[in-house]
Design a protein around this ligand. Structure first.
Ligand code: FAD
Length: 326
């Protein structure tokens, strides 16, 4: 049952910061995740502050450094269809195009996609799990089919966003603003592992808002892609996936960023994959070694060891496709 709360529409960022200055005040963008969380008592709200009318948070515009500035209220559908993103930052357009369903892509925003709460059935269900303040992660010894194989510990959720791994592969930054000012940080540093703080997924402090995402100028030699494996052909979250940004020079891998999705409590940057590729020819031996490297250090739970083969397969498939076109 949805408990009662106050609802206000902020008309500017400073108004939003004022409205958010209080206990259990929540940011509302598209509402596609927030309202489900409130209905299911995943978190409490005394006040819901809509940021949907704040014009400063909209738009995809060229940045002064030659990169791209994407306002937090940009919808997932806008990201998927934007011609510059499709051409120069393909991983992001591809990731956006496989988020949820068309209706959710039209309503859901980039800021909300980056800040959505995890989908673990214990966290979303009637379990007082570690993430809700309890002392148990019920996935350990429980139904762990869709849980993490990397980065677990106090909690084994998987990070749910498809756009976040793509943006991290593309080396994006995020701007966070609050009553005390704003800061820009690498999106990679935005997410928090359970062993650092089991009740938070991001570094956001109460009252702070993600205002924009900043993409660096696109390297013309860089190719990027996002591949997601899901249980169903229609909408579904990633069981495993790979966001890759890679440039080849004189036939060898010159630069690469590889980020796995669906396998860890944060988008999982795989330095193992990157090291297996750097300065190597993208041939069958390298591709096989990158697939093997991708699962080094993984710790599957009782029901999710299938993800090891899935990760290897995704890595080999994505790299094989790039090699075939090189
Ligand atoms: C059925 C279903 C299937 C889905 N499948 C996928 C999928 O396959 N892949 C995927 O990536 N996602 C998936 N999602 C998640 C969906 O993409 C998100 O719900 C959506 O992107 C959230 O955007 P929103 O604007 O509606 O956020 P809201 O629901 O408004 O907010 C979500 C959370 O983020 C916070 N928030 C929102 N905007 C900001 C901001 N600018 N700054 C700080 N905090 C903010 C809110 O307080 C809230 O906690 C699915 C969701 C549903 C319901």
């Amino acid at each position: 049952m949805l408990r009662s709360f106050a609802y206000v529409r902020a008309n500017s960022l400073s108004d939003a910061f004022k409205q958010l200055d209080g206990p259990a005040a929540r940011v509302h963008a598209g509402g596609t995740d927030l309202l489900g969380c409130l209905r299911d008592n995943v978190m409490a709200a005394q006040k819901v502050v809509s940021i949907g009318s704040i014009a400063d948070l909209r738009g995809i515009t060229p940045a002064s450094d030659g990169g791209l500035r994407i306002g937090a209220l940009t919808t997932i559908a806008e990201l998927a269809a934007h011609p510059v993103i499709k051409e120069k930052y393909a991983a992001l357009a591809q990731a956006a195009s496989v988020v949820a369903s068309p209706q959710l892509r039209n309503q859901g925003t980039l800021g909300g996609n980056l800040c959505q709460r995890p989908r673990c059935w214990y966290f979303r269900g009637d379990y007082y799990c570690a993430r809700k303040g309890g002392d148990t992660c019920y996935a350990i010894g429980g139904e762990s089919q869709y849980h993490a194989i990397f980065g677990g510990g106090a909690c084994w959720i998987v990070h749910p966003s498809d756009t976040a791994p793509a943006l991290i592969a593309l080396d994006a930054k995020v701007r966070i603003a609050g009553a005390k000012g704003s800061r820009v940080l690498a999106l990679e540093k935005f997410y928090v592992l359970p062993d650092d703080n089991v009740q938070k997924e991001t570094v956001l402090e109460p009252g702070e808002i993600v205002t924009e995402v900043l993409l660096p100028p696109a390297d013309p030699a860089m190719k990027s892609s996002y591949r997601k494996v899901r249980a169903r052909g229609s909408w579904d979250f990633a069981m495993a996936g790979l966001a890759l940004a890679i440039s080849l020079k004189a036939g060898k891998v010159d630069r690469v960023r590889a980020v796995l999705s669906g396998v860890a409590p944060t988008p999982w940057r795989s330095l193992n994959i990157e090291q297996a590729l750097l300065q190597k020819k993208l041939d069958l031996v390298t591709i096989t070694k990158a697939g093997e490297a991708a699962i080094v250090g993984a710790k599957p739970l009782e029901h999710n060891a299938y993800k090891l083969q899935m990760v290897r397969g995704v890595v080999e498939e994505v790299l094989g496709a790039i090699a075939a076109k090189a």
